[in-house]
Design a protein around this ligand. Sequence first.
Ligand SMILES: Cc1cc2nc3c(=O)[nH]c(=O)nc-3n(C[C@H](O)[C@H](O)[C@H](O)COP(=O)(O)OP(=O)(O)OC[C@H]3O[C@@H](n4cnc5c(N)ncnc54)[C@H](O)[C@@H]3O)c2cc1C
Length: 439
Amino acid sequence: MDIKVSVSEKIYDVIVAGGGPSGCAAAVAAARNGASVLLIEASYCLGGMGTIGMVPSFAPFTDKEKVISKSIAEEIVVKYKKLMGRADEDWDWLPISFELLKSVYDEIVTESGVKVLFGSTVCAVNTENKKIKSVIASAKGGLTEYRAKMFVDCTGDADIAALCGVPFECGDNNGNIQASSLCFIISGVDMSECDWWDVHSGPKSIWEKMGDNPKYPLIDKNHFVIAKIDENTLGVNAGHLLVENATDKEEISEKMILGRKVAAQYLEAAKEYLPDVFKNAFIVSTAPNLGIRESRRIIGKYVLSIDDYIARRNFDDEIARNCYWIDCHRSKDDSVNSAQSKTVPQLHYDAGESHGIPWRCLISEKMENLVVAGRTISADRAVMAAIRVMPVCMTTGEAAGIGAAIAAMEDISIHSLKASKIRKILKLNGAYIKDCGEL
Ligand SMILES: Cc1cc2nc3c(=O)[nH]c(=O)nc-3n(C[C@H](O)[C@H](O)[C@H](O)COP(=O)(O)OP(=O)(O)OC[C@H]3O[C@@H](n4cnc5c(N)ncnc54)[C@H](O)[C@@H]3O)c2cc1C
């Protein structure tokens, strides 16, 4: 077979693949630290699951006492809150208005000087002696090779890492991975007269009652989360779609079609159970992408474990902190009557508590010029179920971008880079990380 690959002329300092929360933060951080940056994104907008997955709200930016997802994460959310007209003190569970969020990412990424390439999926790598020489992206125009000194994998599936042969895990040993959801938006809702708690999730809500009605077999009463985008519009994250392999396009295609049926059934039932609220309601859109909660996790130089979570461990090389709870949704072996995994404990922190995330979780022995950020960093399954939320992905993304930029500018292997250099810049940027020695 004669496959044509055109070569892009420019050699970048840093290429970031994936423009979700981690990729945007990584690209901005790398550019602000002097690197020329190409951001390659498969879809046609930035934001990842927060836009193309229509995840309806941001997990908390605070540990209930103070903001802990700071620096670029804080900058993104502050810009977003201004556009939404939200109060300065609102930090937790902010509903997402997807078009506003897209515009925030567009602005912050382009203003930092990053070159953005949409509609391009990294599908192959060219490696030599533990180094990535180039990545190949497929797009409408065909295959194009892009070269850089350093690469940051923010694909949410660790695509580049997997293509390079970096070892990874996915789910547990029995093939359990957290269920996905196809999120959607309902508008034309009239909440002027209703009790919010009838519409919201929880024991008093209509969704539980609907789930018990055999007329609506696709409704999952155990998983229903909504956010009020405005007085007439709800962002909905509901129903569990079991997926065995988040990178199998045939399976994902089937689940997308099923997900749209699920969404339609939720609306039909809502019209029956709360006619005053939903009689004129309609689905504005289901998400263009399936909401994948769990995919590959690289095995890096350090694997963050549930013991670290329980110990609220600090690390000499920590580059971010997390306080989110271990929120592992049900998988194939779990009861349909539960929203959560029975094998992974649901652990929560008290106000003010958090744990560190080491730099070593972002790099692998296998490659000299690859950094990974976002939900696919090196962590066990339980911890991944906590650090996967967007504010935390932004903070690991920022550290990845800084590290990649320094390594590119100094022309060194990522393994020769001292975490203290990244930490110094993070601290100057106001990031929340603990001081406990230096690596
Ligand atoms: C249903 C659901 C509900 C959730 N609820 C919440 C919530 O309430 N609050 C919260 O904060 N978090 C929530 N999360 C978690 C959170 O949204 C994700 O874990 C987070 O967005 C991951 O960020 P990321 O940057 O690692 O990857 P993603 O957000 O997945 O972004 C990856 C990006 O890379 C692109 N991409 C993928 N492969 C390639 C490739 N090969 N080449 C180029 N581009 C590529 C994708 O198009 C995408 O834009 C939820 C997730 C799901 C699925």
